[in-house]
Design a protein around this ligand. Sequence first.
Ligand code: MN3
Length: 202
Amino acid sequence: MSFELPQLPYSHEALEPHIDKKTMEIHHGKHHAGYTNNLNNSIKGTELEGLSIEEILSSLDMDNMAVRNNGGGFFNHSLFWNIMSPNGGGSPDGNLMSAINDSFGDFESFKTSFSKAAATRFGSGWAWLCVLPGGKLEVCSSANQDNPLMKGVGCGGYPILGLDVWEHAYYLNYQNRRPDYIAGFFNVIDWEAVSKKFAEKS
Ligand code: MN3
């Protein structure tokens, strides 16, 4: 069994003007497809073949750079597409909002913390909102295609929201203005999808 590139849950232009069509075409059709193919090639014939992506990443030998980079890339982008929606934005409600208030004080404080993590990640990487066992939430960031499922990346818990801050995610539309891209992301976050993941993992 090999991993398959998941289909986008909306059209390439659906997230405009916050994320442009051309970026989505290249990001999903070239970058994510590349990680998926390279992941399959790197696990073929090894003991990792047949495991779920979460099993692979949570028990990974971090010196295995092919699986670390491409398995991370496969998982991270699969999450990323699914926590955005053309009907997104605003703020969550219910249990997730309660957990955000408990963990950060209020939604604006969470937004400030997450935006700072995304803006200050030097070079390429991701910002995350993670849920720890018991339901506490944490914001962190990781380099390259690392993610909180991996050991020793300085991020723990299960990632329920992630933002790609590689230049390939925003440069065509925003050039060097990463903070504007981060602000735009908040207009397309699908809080219903994030709430579902929170309910599953808390
Ligand atoms: Mn990317």
